[in-house]
Design a binder for this molecule. Structure first.
Ligand code: CA
Length: 663
C-alpha cells in the first residue's frame, strides 16, 4: 500500500511537471531565469547521454547527432523538452561515444544555425560540433599526482608571456613539436647552436610562470588547413571551454588537444613552473552567429539602445558579465579550467569591460579551490562600454576588486614613452617620466614621496598591495621593446639599444610588484618593426634561437637579474605599508631615480640597498648614503659577489642601473 502511494505521488508529480514546464514569454532578456545546475552541455555514460541547454526564449529546441565533426546531415534529430529555468533537456539511451552533436534553437519563428552551445567541453575539428568522448583517454599518465608548484606570494612570480607558435616554430628551436602545446614542455631540446631550448630554457632562465596567449578554441585559424601555416594570436574566442585545435598534433581527434594541453601543464608543473592562461570573455570572434548568440540571441552581449552591438572591445561586440548567466558562465568556466586542466592563473583580456562584481565572484570561486591561483587583467577597455565605468573592473577601481591584479601601463609607458605620444620616448631614453618610474618602484601603492599628478595614466595609487600590480616593459601588444626603442632612436647602435633594454628590465625586476616579460626578450627578440603582429606570418613573430649566441650578454643579464630578484625578498614585498616604510627616494638630477631600500625590514641578507637608475645618455655622479657600498649591478653587468666598493659618491654610467648593498 505504502509503495503504491509513493508511486502515485511520483506519477502525479511527473504529470504536473510535464503540464507546467513550458517556455515562458519575456519582455526583455533581463527577465530570463538563471539556471544554477552544473549539468549544462552533455553528460555521457555508455548507457545514455543526457543533454541540457539554456535557451529561455526558444520556442523549440532540437538536438542533432552526427557521425562527423564537420560533414553531413544529422543522423538523428530529437526534439528537446522544456525543463526548468530556461533549460531544455533530452536523454539519448544509447552509447554515443565518438559521435558529434549540436543544439538548434527556434526563436521568433526562425530556426537558427546549429551550435554546440557554450558549455561544450570537447569539440570536433574547427569547433563546429560538440564531441562525445571518453574522458578517461584525456589524462596523461600520472595526472592524478600532478600538483601546483609551491608559491607563497604572487610577488614571488616572474611571468613569461608566450605564444605557442612563436616559441618553437623557428627551425633553430630544435623542437619536435613546432607550434604545438607539446613543444613548450619538451625536454632535452637544443638550439641549432647546441644551447638549451624548450622547457630547459625556461628552467635555466628562472621564470616561475608561463602566461600562454589564448589557448582555448579560437576561430581565426582553419584547423583543417594547418599546413598553410597561418598565424594568429587567438583573441577571437569560439569555444571557451575547449583547447585550441591548431596547437594539437591531431585537431581531428577531439581528445588530442585536451590530452596534450594537460601534458604540457603537467610537464611545466614538474619543472616548477606554473601556467597562466589568457582568457578573452569580453568578446567573441563573431557576434550574430557566435555560440553564445545562437543559444540565447541578444542575451550574452551588451546592445546599444538603437539595437546595434556594443563595442567596448573594439572587435565588434562586447559581452555582458553583469547578466546572471554570463556571469555564471565565466565563474564556472574558470573553475573548470582550474579543476580539469590544473590551470594556475588567468589573465583577463580587456578586464575593464567586465563588471567588478563578476571579477570578485571569480576571485572568490578560485579562492575556495586554492588562493594561490592568480587572477589579473588589463584594467581598461578598448572603447566606450554599455555599463558605467564605476561598475567596471578598470585599473583605477582596483581597490574594489583586490586582490585581482592589473597591468601597470604607467611603468610601461614611463619606461618607453606614452603610447599616445608616438615615438617621443620615456625614461630609458633619457626623456623624463621619472614620476611614473617611482610609481612603478612602489608597485602602484600609496607612497608619500610620489606626486600622482605626474604619473603617466593615473592619479590614483590603485594597488592595495604590490601583489596586485604587474610591471612590464612590453607584451605581445604594440611594438616589442627592441622595435619600440629602434623607432624612438633610429640612429642608435645596437649597444645603445641593449643598454636601454637592460636598464628598463632592471627597473621592472627591482620594482615592487610582479615582473613580466614577453618571451624572447631575453634573446633581444624583435618583430622586424611590425607593431600589431596578431596575424603576421611566422617570419615576423617567431623567436630566432640563434640570438641566444648572438646576444649572449643580454641573456646572461636577464638570467642574473631574475636570480637576483629571487634571492632578495626586499624586491618582493607584498605589504603596501612596508613598501612605504622601506623605500625612501633621494634627490637626483633629471632622468635619474634613486632610492634606499631597507633590506632588514624584509629579512633580506642585504641590510641596506641603494638603487640608482640613470636614464641619461651621459654619466652622472650620485652621492651615497653613509658607509661603504658593494655594487651587485654596475655598468650593465650583474654579479652578486660584487663589482667594486664605493663610498661617499659613485659615477653612474650612462643608460644603466646600479644596485648597491651593505650587509
Ligand atoms: Ca580553433
Amino acid at each position: 500500500m505504502k509503495l503504491k502511494f509513493i508511486s502515485m505521488i511520483a506519477i502525479v508529480a511527473t504529470l504536473m511537471s510535464a503540464c507546467c514546464n513550458k517556455p515562458k514569454t519575456y519582455n526583455s532578456v533581463d527577465e530570463y531565469p538563471e539556471y544554477k545546475g552544473n549539468d549544462l552541455g552533455v553528460t555521457y555514460s555508455p548507457e545514455k547521454s543526457f543533454f541540457r541547454v539554456w535557451s529561455p526564449a526558444a520556442q523549440e529546441v532540437r538536438l542533432n547527432i552526427y557521425e562527423d565533426a564537420l560533414e553531413g546531415a544529422p543522423t538523428q534529430v530529437f526534439d528537446m523538452k522544456y525543463d526548468v529555468d530556461g533549460t531544455w533537456t533530452y536523454t539519448v539511451k544509447e552509447d554515443l561515444i565518438g559521435k558529434f552533436y549540436t543544439f538548434q534553437i527556434k526563436q521568433n519563428d526562425q530556426w537558427l544555425e546549429p551550435t554546440p552551445g557554450i558549455w561544450a567541453k570537447a569539440v570536433g575539428v574547427n569547433g563546429v560540433r560538440g564531441a562525445i568522448i571518453d574522458w578517461n583517454t584525456t589524462n596523461p599518465e600520472g595526472w592524478e599526482n600532478d600538483v601546483r608548484p609551491e608559491m607563497k606570494s604572487f610577488t614571488d612570480a616572474i611571468i613569461y608571456e608566450v605564444h605557442m607558435r612563436d616559441y618553437t616554430i623557428h627551425a633553430s628551436s630544435g623542437s619536435s613539436y613546432p607550434g604545438k602545446f607539446l613543444g613548450l614542455s619538451e625536454a632535452g631540446t637544443k638550439t641549432i647552436d647546441g644551447l638549451t631550448s624548450g622547457i630547459d630554457h625556461l628552467k635555466e632562465l628562472g621564470i616561475t610562470h608561463v602566461q600562454i596567449l589564448p589557448s582555448y578554441d579560437y576561430g581565426s585559424i582553419d584547423e583543417t588547413r594547418l599546413a598553410d601555416n597561418k598565424y594568429n594570436w587567438g583573441y577571437d574566442p569560439k569555444n571557451y571551454n575547449v583547447p585550441e585545435g591548431g596547437y594539437a598534433t591531431d585537431p581531428y581527434s577531439p581528445a588530442s588537444r585536451i590530452l596534450e594541453l594537460k601534458t604540457m601543464i603537467q610537464q611545466l608543473h614538474a619543472a616548477g613552473i606554473r601556467v597562466i592562461m589568457d582568457v578573452v570573455y569580453n568578446h567573441t570572434f563573431v557576434g550574430d552567429n557566435s555560440h553564445l548568440n545562437l543559444q540565447a540571441p541578444g542575451y550574452f552581449y551588451r546592445m546599444n539602445e538603437d539595437g546595434s552591438w556594443g563595442n567596448g572591445s573594439g572587435c565588434g561586440n562586447e559581452t555582458a558579465s553583469e547578466r546572471a548567466m554570463m556571469r555564471r558562465f565565466m565563474v564556472e568556466s574558470i573553475k573548470y579550467w582550474v579543476e580539469e586542466y590544473h590551470m594556475d592563473g588567468f589573465r583577463f583580456d580587456l578586464m575593464g569591460i567586465h563588471d567588478i562584481e563578476t571579477m570578485n565572484q571569480i576571485r572568490a570561486a578560485v579562492d575556495a579551490i586554492d588562493p594561490t591561483i592568480s587572477i589579473h587583467g588589463e584594467g581598461w577597455a578598448a572603447g566606450g562600454c554599455g555599463i558605467p565605468e564605476e561598475l567596471r573592473a578598470v585599473k583605477n577601481n582596483a581597490h574594489q576588486f583586490a586582490p585581482v591584479g592589473v597591468f601597470s601601463d604607467d611603468i610601461r609607458d614611463g619606461l618607453r614613452g606614452k603610447w599616445t605620444d608616438g615615438n617621443k620616448g620615456g625614461f630609458v631614453s633619457g626623456r623624463g617620466l621619472d614620476e611614473s618610474i617611482k610609481f612603478g618602484v612602489v608597485g602602484a601603492t600609496a607612497h608619500p614621496q610620489i606626486d600622482l599628478t605626474q604619473v603617466a595614466h593615473t592619479n590614483v595609487a590603485y594597488a592595495t598591495s604590490p601583489a596586485q600590480v604587474i610591471n612590464y616593459m612590453s607584451c605581445h601588444d604594440d611594438p616589442c621593446v627592441v622595435d619600440k626603442l629602434k623607432a624612438i632612436h633610429p640612429e642608435a647602435t645596437i649597444e645603445e639599444i641593449i643598454r636601454m633594454d637592460l636598464l628598463g628590465q632592471t627597473i621592472v625586476f627591482t620594482a615592487q610588484g610582479v615582473p613580466f616579460i614577453y618571451a624572447g626578450e631575453e634573446l633581444l627578440r624583435d618583430k622586424k618593426g611590425v607593431h600589431n603582429t596578431y596575424q603576421s606570418p611566422d617570419s615576423i613573430n617567431q623567436i630566432d634561437w640563434t640570438n641566444k649566441v648572438k646576444y649572449a650578454e643580454v641573456y646572461d643579464y636577464y638570467r642574473n637579474l631574475i636570480a637576483l630578484r629571487k634571492a632578495h625578498p626586499a624586491f618582493r614585498m607584498s605589504d603596501a605599508a612596508q613598501v612605504a616604510e622601506a623605500i625612501q627616494f633621494v634627490e637626483t638630477p633629471a632622468n635619474v631615480v634613486a632610492y634606499t631600500l631597507n633590506g632588514a625590514l624584509t629579512n633580506d641578507s642585504w641590510n641596506q640597498i641603494f638603487v640608482i637608475y640613470n636614464g641619461n645618455t651621459t654619466d652622472v655622479e650620485i652621492s651615497l648614503p653613509e658607509g661603504t657600498w658593494t655594487a651587485a649591478c654596475y655598468n650593465a653587468k650583474i654579479n652578486e659577489n660584487g663589482l667594486g666598493n664605493f663610498t661617499e659618491k659613485i659615477n653612474v654610467p650612462y643608460t644603466s642601473a646600479v644596485i648597491l648593498y651593505r650587509k
